[in-house]
Design a protein around this ligand. Structure first.
Ligand SMILES: *Cc1c(COP(=O)(O)O)cnc(C)c1O
Length: 400
């Protein structure tokens, strides 16, 4: 295969299509899909040299695969990271990053407002292996300072958070974390690689569920871990390869195609989200709207400092608690009820009875998730059609 070096002056939209581009001697336009589990050697000597690391040769797709490598290269380029390791899912990325980093007896500090499964990893899984874990209210700087006053192995945070779109001060938390010796892992799903660059804000590692905006069309699951080459090579790769948390070449190929339209989709979805958030804020049946791009978001200023745009997600609360929220959702005709997000199709979720059911009412109250809270992942439909559908849902709330 021949790899073209990527001209440094190319701008982001161009890089999403061409960064790290490689072609086989057939000269295909699109990236080749290497749907193969293994690779063959010309000789026993070549196999031996490959295993010794003396020659570069693909060995087995659990370790590396050319299609997966192409995606990793493009994601690293997009993030501005030295390197990238992909995983089978977003949770594969989060769990491997933490499990590869920590040892029994060490500490992990995490923000309280995490995606449900991330919360489980920190609250339930890590303690089983002798790791001490501490949760902190994300916006409480003094609580971070207290939690990070002892040596710590890793910090995990999410900003904007799921589902309430809280904004955490990534730079300030990284400064405290580094003094405690911690590796800072930022789950950047809600911001997308387009709107927030955690590595520039001081983070060490960025993780994605590529299932969300990166595929963005509801087809494949995948994850990515990005950061310094040395940490990825020495700490993460051995863990991922030997535990089998690998991305399928087919899924990598789908995601390479998706990256071509990432900025078009995310920008259009964000424009829709901004319009929808303004509409919801004006509706009498809506008691609160949480959207980082609106001036009434509690951390709007910080959001605009560390992110370049709002978000494709909006959280809001309808009157009438759970019954109000269910009446709203059941009256929708265009927007689907689903727990996925970042999709081209608009999707609504009731966190209290789905994604955040298991954390219990006390923890939900602490996170500000009420029974009337709805998370809205805004898609690519015409904004006017979305607003018509929201009107339909809100009429059902008013009619109760
Ligand atoms: C979806 C999601 C994950 C998990 O990703 P999967 O691909 O579903 O495993 C982790 N973090 C956040 C913020 C997410 O939205």
């Amino acid at each position: 295969m021949t790899e073209n070096s990527t001209p440094s002056e190319w701008r982001p939209a161009t890089r999403l299509l061409h960064a790290g581009e490689e072609r086989t001697p057939y000269g295909e336009t699109s990236e080749a899909l290497f749907l193969t589990s293994g690779f063959v050697y010309d000789s026993a000597e070549q196999a031996e040299a490959t295993f010794l690391g003396d020659v570069q040769h693909y060995q087995y797709s659990r370790i590396t695969n050319p299609t997966v490598t192409a995606l990793e290269r493009r994601l690293a380029d997009l993030e501005g990271a030295e390197d990238c390791v992909t995983t089978s899912t977003g949770m594969g990325a989060v769990s491997s990053a933490l499990l590869a980093q920590v040892r029994a007896g060490e500490r992990v500090v995490a923000s309280r407002a995490l995606f449900g499964s991330c919360h489980w990893i920190v609250a339930e899984l890590l303690p089983r292996y002798g790791v001490k874990t501490v949760f902190v209210d994300g916006a409480d700087h003094a609580a971070w300072a207290a939690a990070l006053s002892e040596p710590t192995s890793a910090v995990l945070l999410e900003s904007p958070s799921n589902p309430m779109l809280d904004i955490l001060d990534i730079r300030a938390i990284c400064d405290l974390a580094h003094k405690a010796g911690a590796l800072v892992v930022v789950d950047n799903v809600f911001a997308t690689p387009l709107y927030q660059k955690p590595l520039e804000l001081g983070a060490d590692v960025v993780v994605y569920s590529c299932t969300k905006h990166i595929d963005g069309q509801g087809r494949t699951l995948g994850g990515a871990v990005l950061g310094r080459k040395e940490w990825l090579d020495d700490v993460l790769r051995p863990f991922v390869r030997n535990t089998g948390n690998t991305l399928s070449p087919f899924n990598a190929w789908v995601m390479l195609k998706s990256l071509e339209t990432l900025s078009l989709r995310v920008n259009a979805m964000t424009a829709n989200a901004g319009r929808v958030a303004d509409f919801l804020a004006s509706a009498p049946q809506v008691t609160r709207v949480f959207y980082p791009g609106r001036a009434d978001h509690p951390q709007h200023e910080l959001a605009m400092k560390q992110m370049s745009a709002g978000s494709t997600l909006v959280a809001f609360e309808v009157a009438g608690g759970k019954a109000g929220a269910f009446a709203f959702m059941n009256a929708l005709r265009l927007i689907c009820i689903s727990n996925n997000l970042g999709d081209a199709r608009s999707l609504v979720t009731h966190p209290a009875t789905t994604t955040h059911m298991k954390i219990g009412p006390e923890e939900r109250a602490r996170l500000g998730i009420t029974d009337g809270t709805i998370r809205f992942s805004v898609g690519l439909e015409d904004a006017e059609d979305l607003i018509d559908d929201l009107r339909r849902g809100l009429s059902a709330v008013a009619a109760r």
